[in-house]
Design a protein around this ligand. Structure first.
Ligand code: UFG
Length: 334
């Protein structure tokens, strides 16, 4: 069975990808320092506790497990945090990626799927946004993803690395079997924050502005079910393993946009409860409309979203969220 090293495999998208890999007949090996990941999400293969900021840790994993490819998720993700503490992002997202590339080269591991982000586009002039749009990230987080993409491109050019960068739009939802789901601490994303107000009566969601140039004034995003996202990684990996020529980067989104209000309405419909909310001010760097042009990924990977209907995203997220909160496990890493 082909082994795949999954850095950040104990995180939200990483754990769903490990499940998708196992289902597809691969053996995932999670490499994670558990700083934001959770050991209990590592269910589909071994865990190597290690840090991408430490080349020696990566060496141990490659030497012991001899993977045929790497899927690289490890890094920080909170955009706001990256603005106030950029060092927290550049060290793992840029430094960690160069360490990984160096050690992969040392051990002759030449296939890589990289977790990039729509944040590399910044405030695109046109939405849906395609892969040729200008790359003008607004935050240190977005810049760290762009630098990593550029380093990967340099390694592809110079040392035979074969890689693809997947630029995610808004990952959402949870595994339909309830085996993994979103667990961020602190949480910053819309859907889990909105669901949390239904459980904790003291909380109210703050809608970040309702005066945007969108049909209802709130920001429009492309929400993709995390299972579809995980399957996109497996599809990209398969293509790399058979030696297919792929573009350097692909958007992973559905091509459909939903406003914040539409999300709150979908939650009300699915749970039977209104989300208590107030209208707050705009959040810095939020584009009004950010939707993927997903033509290329469908063509290149023969992949299409199958789980991303809004009610399914909300329903799976709600099931996961309620269970996590009832079991009081949200803050535990056990
Ligand atoms: N929002 C609120 N209130 C909240 C949280 C979010 O109104 O409490 C709004 C945001 O302003 C935004 C929408 O809900 O308009 C979605 O926000 P998220 O924080 O869930 O997601 P983002 O679109 O900000 O972020 C996503 C990814 C990032 C990536 C970014 C690229 O999670 O990793 O897209 O723009 F960098």
């Amino acid at each position: 069975m082909d082994r795949i090293l999954v850095t950040g495999g104990a995180g939200y998208i990483g754990s769903h990808t490990c499940k998708a890999l196992a289902r597809a007949g691969f053996e995932p090996v999670t490499f994670d320092n558990l700083s934001t990941g959770f050991e209990r999400l590592v269910k589909w293969g071994s865990l190597v506790k290690g840090d991408v900021c430490n080349e020696a840790d990566i060496r141990v994993a490659l030497r012991e497990f001899r993977p045929v490819a790497v899927i690289h998720f490890a890094g920080r993700i909170a955009v706001g945090e990256s603005v106030v503490a950029p060092w927290l992002h550049y060290a793992p997202n840029v430094g960690g990626t160069i360490n990984l590339l160096n050690v992969m080269r040392e051990y002759g591991v030449s296939k890589l799927v990289f977790s990039s982000s729509a944040a590399v586009y910044g405030l695109p002039k046109i939405s849906p946004v395609n892969e040729t749009s200008a790359l003008l990230p607004l935050s240190p987080y977005g810049r760290s993803k762009l630098f990593a993409e550029q380093m990967i491109a340099d390694f592809m050019h110079s040392s035979g690395l074969r890689a693809i960068c997947l630029r995610y739009f808004n990952a959402a939802g949870a595994d339909a079997d309830g085996e993994c789901g979103e667990l961020h601490d602190p949480e910053t994303h819309l859907i889990p924050l909105a669901l949390d107000t239904l459980i904790d009566q003291r909380k109210k969601l703050s809608v970040n502005g309702d005066d945007y140039d969108t049909p209802d004034g709130t920001c429009v995003r492309d929400y993709i079910h995390v299972t579809d996202l995980a399957n996109a990684h497996v599809a990209a990996l398969r293509r790399l393993l058979v030696g297919a020529t792929l573009p350097s980067a692909l958007n992973v989104g559905t091509g459909n946009g939903f406003s914040v209000r539409e999300i709150l309405n979908a939650i009300a419909l699915e749970t039977g409860r209104e989300v208590p909310h107030v209208i707050g001010s705009r959040r810095d760097g939020d584009p009004a409309h950010l939707v993927a042009d997903s033509t290329e990924i469908k063509r290149q990977l023969e992949w299409a979203p199958k789980h991303s209907e809004l009610n399914r995203i909300v329903n799976t997220a709600w099931q996961w969220h309620q269970r996590e909160r009832t079991h009081g496990a949200m803050r535990s890493n056990a």
